[in-house]
Design a protein around this ligand. Structure first.
Ligand code: PGA
Length: 259
């Protein structure tokens, strides 16, 4: 099995000093580790350049953004382009987080443009998908996730799709303390892998990283990461404290070593 990928999504949290402290704590702790997993930190835009400096110096983690513009450049006040992110050393970018879909009205059409621009700029899109509570209650979770993936990603060529990460984040589990059970996560991850296989073939589907996100924490990470189709996590709240995030990385490392 491939190595795990653990991504911290800081969302709109931390002041400058706190951000620096968290970067420092994580960089310092990881100094002694021989990591198999890939660790990525996604702070807010204003801290990205500082974060990529820390990442370069540490060599133990990479940096990601939480969003990018769907346009290449130009008169789009307030937007940040994929090229700008690339220029400051960003290697990953979250796309289509449910909070962006909900509060900023992002549609599959917007997301597919963002994915294209990120790939053109050598940034790995971390594409988020997941159903709402009532969609699960009505047994629609597979239809919803399948539509989200097909609409935003399946226009890509196989060569492009190889550089995409998918994060399954059931919306009812994000920031709520409710986690999908390992069985629910595994079931959806296996479904996503089969979708990818049908479109892009066995090898690309096998190599695809499918992350779980939604109240993943130091207590439940190991059991989630032990599921055969769970290739790591997209961590929100628990990535804001160095010790919690490090414990999650440790869980990823533990599973990685057992394989
Ligand atoms: P959470 O957030 O871990 O706080 O539930 C995950 C996410 O939104 O990416």
């Amino acid at each position: 099995m491939k190595d795990k990928l653990v991504i911290g999504n800081w969302k709109m949290n931390k002041n400058f000093e706190e951000a620096e402290e968290l970067l420092e704590d994580i960089a310092e702790a990881l100094e002694d580790w021989v990591l198999r997993s890939t660790v990525v930190l996604c702070p807010p835009f204003p801290y990205l350049e500082m974060a990529t400096d820390y990442a370069d110096e540490s060599g133990h983690f990479a940096c990601g953004a939480q969003n990018c513009a769907e346009f290449e450049d130009g008169a789009y006040t307030g937007e940040v382009s994929a090229k700008m992110l690339h220029d400051v050393g960003v290697q990953f970018c979250i796309v289509g987080h449910s909070e962006r879909r909900k509060y900023f009205g992002e549609s599959s059409e917007n997301l597919s443009k963002k994915v294209n621009l990120l790939l053109e700029n050598d940034i790995i899109p971390v594409f988020c998908c997941g159903e709402l509570q009532n969609e699960r209650e009505h047994g629609k979770q597979f239809d919803v996730v399948s539509a989200q993936i097909k609409e935003a990603l399946f226009h890509l060529t196989a060569e492009q799709f190889e550089h995409v990460v998918i994060a399954y984040e059931p919306v009812w589990a994000i920031g709520t303390g409710l986690t999908a059970s390992p069985k629910q996560a595994e079931e959806m991850h296996a479904f996503i892998r089969t979708l990818a296989e049908k479109q892009y073939g066995t090898e690309i589907a096998y190599n695809l990283h499918i992350l779980y996100g939604g109240s993943c924490n130091a207590q439940n990470a190991l059991e989630l990461f032990m599921q055969p189709n769970v290739d790591g996590g997209l961590i929100g709240g628990a990535s804001l404290k160095a010790n919690d995030f490090l414990a999650i990385i440790e869980a990823a490392e533990t599973v990685g070593k057992e394989e």
